[in-house]
Design a protein around this ligand. Structure first.
Ligand code: C2E
Ligand code: MG
Ligand code: MG
Ligand code: MG
Length: 294
């Protein structure tokens, strides 16, 4: 039809103009370049601690982009861009490879085992061949799958393609990976999925942690999630723990693990190793030492 032709016509001519006009597309080109040349992207790692004994039991890998002109760019800004423009699978594969290389390095150094959790985007889950990317990475780096955990944000479950997610998660867990629901409680999805999906862990979103322990509604929600998770046989890690009263509340309520600025910020792998090694040889750190290091 004339309408369709008209639209095609305008689409054919717009992108070239947008490349110059839109800062977003400028950034997209920079990201393509960053993936091609290397050296600008890195993973930082934020430790997760078991509250019962203050031991480091996990690390979340968080993508960082050191832009040569603009400095650090937040993943919240460039990941959506990568998703919209078909770069996410390349970026996701880079994260998988990088995290596994780091795990292999830590294994060689003899550090105690801790699960490294990577964030998996909807795009990776529904479009790419995630199982193959993971399996070939594990083989290449000789790392057991149980050490690479997968975080899926809860909103992924609202995706129209999420209908067949259960067998997909089953395959990933069959390979040995652990699976966590990220930002739990903020995705506006029905709780029914907890019954049907094969999951290991919930990451309680920091929106519920921020106002603890004073906010009675948040306290009630957190307690309810902890009770529910226990009933369902799921582990829980609380995100965004920034203060001692928050930590004390979570400990008192039986939350198993915590992650947040009170303990440590995301940081380059090498910086973590000293604390981790010290913990391994001398028992866990005291809070004071840890805060000083963060
Ligand atoms: P997320 O997976 O929920 O990661 C947690 C975010 O909370 C991180 O932000 C972390 O730096 C921040 N955070 C941790 N502790 C605290 C705290 O105590 N207080 C506060 N205010 N914030 C805290 P970051 O690194 O900016 O990452 C933002 C989001 O970008 C992540 O949220 C995740 O959804 C996404 N992302 C990061 N790396 C990757 C990746 O490699 N792949 C994918 N697909 N997404 C990623
Ligand atoms: Mg995450
Ligand atoms: Mg999260
Ligand atoms: Mg979050």
């Amino acid at each position: 039809s004339a309408k369709r032709n008209g639209r095609n016509h305008s689409q054919r001519f717009r992108p070239a103009l947008d490349v110059q006009a839109s800062p977003q597309l400028g950034l997209l080109n920079d990201l393509r370049n960053a993936l091609a040349v290397g050296g600008q992207l890195e993973l930082h790692y934020q430790p997760q601690y078991r509250l019962a004994d203050d031991r480091l039991v996990g690390l979340e890998a968080l993508l960082r982009w050191r832009h040569p002109r603009d400095g650090m760019i937040s993943p919240g800004d460039f990941i959506p861009l990568a998703e919209r423009h078909g770069l996410m699978s390349t970026l996701g594969d880079w994260v998988i490879d990088q995290a596994l290389a780091q795990l292999a390095h830590w294994q060689r150094k003899g550090l105690p085992e801790a699960v490294v959790w990577i964030n998996i985007s909807a795009m990776q889950l529904f479009q790419g061949d995630l199982e193959t990317a993971l399996a070939s990475g594990l083989a290449r780096h000789r790392v057991p799958a149980r050490l690479l955990g997968l975080e899926l944000t809860e909103s992924v479950l609202l995706d129209e393609r999420a209908g067949d997610i259960a067998p997909r998660l089953e395959r990933l867990r069959g390979q040995g990976h652990r699976v966590a629901i990220d930002d739990f409680g903020t995705g506006y999805s029905s709780l029914g999925y907890l019954k049907h999906l094969p999951l290991d862990k919930l990451k309680l979103d920091r929106a519920f942690i921020r106002a603890l322990p004073d906010d009675r509604a948040d306290a009630a929600i957190v307690c309810a999630v902890l009770a529910m998770a226990e009933g369902l046989g799921l582990e829980v890690v609380a995100e965004g723990v920034e203060t001692e009263p928050q930590r004390d509340f979570l400990l008192a309520q039986g939350c198993a693990e915590v992650q947040g600025f009170f303990y440590a910020r995301p940081q380059p792998a090498a910086r973590l190793e000293a604390e981790w090694q010290a913990q391994a040889s001398a028992g866990s750190f005291t809070q004071g030492q840890r805060v000083a290091e963060a």
